[in-house]
Ligand binder design. Structure first.
Ligand SMILES: Nc1ncnc2c1ncn2[C@@H]1O[C@H](COP(=O)(O)OP(=O)(O)OP(=O)(O)O)[C@@H](O)[C@H]1O
Ligand SMILES: [Mg+2]
Length: 335
């Protein structure tokens, strides 16, 4: 079943200097049970896209175009005013957000209230949106702790008594309280050491398998994507540059930005590998470059790249690449 269909989504932020073009023309779909890895350098719009899907955009965000179709219904348009600014969230959207789509926030492990026991905070989240007794809520927390691998005698601890990894896992538990159909995990492992990252990834995989969970995992870490994702979307300066099944994108990369980011062809074996650092800086999103937004840093750039926005080219391998020369890049002809 198609769970999510993001169409032509364009999200801008109003700032003093004008508009930040944070997300432009984003398209992707997710079938129930699939995982999408969303990667790209800092500031390319990953979190904004996650917020757009989970209806958490701040007040200065404007939806310029597009739809977010979740379980067959456009969940974005009903929350818009005619001029494109966001209305206060409607109740059903709020419910949807908790029960159907939940987000594990970037840096979330520091989001617990330090003076309240972790278990009580999760119980509160359960009770706000469902009519259960405290006993039932406690039973749910115990079940979730078992799932994420924290001993249940830790439920009554305060956040500072948890390690960083435990806090992060408790946040994952929090996101799971209402069995959402879609989880958006924004950098769930970034702040952790390698051993803890592995543990959390294996918990995430376990949860995916047990609950047939659909996920968007936002990360800087290529090995995370290789380990858990079915599909990948590579973002640059607000646009998706390459999108497709993980094997196709990893093995037959068809976009210069993906190549630069992964340092050539990445390995699917999943050894830890941060994204490569690419010479130059990402552009200002207030005045993004004309043509292809990557052209000032692209070693394959030609004249046309400076002036004309590239089309999304569907490669014979099935993935899509936003590049005038996608076929040549895939065949290695321009290297
Ligand atoms: N509320 C806001 N108002 C104005 N600009 C914003 C706002 N939130 C984000 N931005 C800008 O939008 C762009 C995309 O930001 P976003 O946080 O989505 O990037 P990201 O890919 O998640 O980065 P990171 O990897 O560092 O988390 C950036 O240029 C950022 O400065
Ligand atoms: Mg972010």
């Amino acid at each position: 079943m198609r769970l999510l269909d993001v169409r032509d989504l364009t999200l801008h932020f109003k700032v003093k200097e004008g508009w930040v073009h944070a997300v432009e023309d984003v398209n992707f779909t997710l079938e129930s049970g699939e995982t999408l890895g969303l990667v790209g350098e800092s500031g390319c719009g990953k979190t904004t896209l996650g917020y757009g899907i989970s209806q958490l955009l701040p007040d200065n965000a404007h939806v310029k175009a597009g739809q977010v179709i979740f379980k067959g219904e456009d969940i974005l348009t009903p929350s818009l005013k005619k001029n494109g600014t966001l209305k206060p969230y409607r109740q059903e959207i709020r419910e949807l957000r908790w029960k159907e789509i939940s987000m594990i926030f970037q840096g979330a492990m520091n989001a617990f209230n330090p003076v309240q026991k972790v278990g009580d905070q999760i119980i509160e989240a359960i009770k706000v949106h469902s009519d259960v007794t405290r006993q039932e809520a406690v039973a749910r927390v115990e079940e979730l702790y078992k799932l994420i691998g924290i001993p249940k005698d830790r439920i009554d601890n305060y956040p500072h008594e948890y390690s960083g990894g435990m806090r992060q896992r408790a946040m994952i538990a929090m996101a799971l309280v209402h069995n959402p159909s879609l989880i958006i995990a924004d950098e769930p492992t970034t702040a952790l050491d390698v051993i803890m990252q592995r543990r959390i990834l294996s918990e995430i995989k376990k949860i995916q398998n047990e609950f047939h969970m659909t996920m968007i995992i936002i990360t800087h870490d290529v090995s995370v994507v290789a380990n858990v994702a079915d599909k990948i979307a590579v973002m640059y300066a607000g646009r998706i540059m390459e999108y497709g099944n993980i094997k196709d994108v990893f093995k037959r990369t068809a976009n210069p930005y993906t190549k630069a980011l992964f340092g050539g062809f990445p390995s699917l074996k999943g050894e830890k590998k941060r994204i490569a650092s690419i010479p130059g800086n990402p552009p200002s999103l207030v005045e993004p470059p004309t043509g292809c937004r990557f052209h000032p840093r692209c070693k394959f750039a030609k004249e046309i790249c400076k002036t004309e926005k590239p089309p999304f080219i569907t490669l014979p391998t099935g993935q899509q690449s936003l590049c005038h020369f996608a076929n040549e890049v895939q065949q290695g002809g321009m290297a």
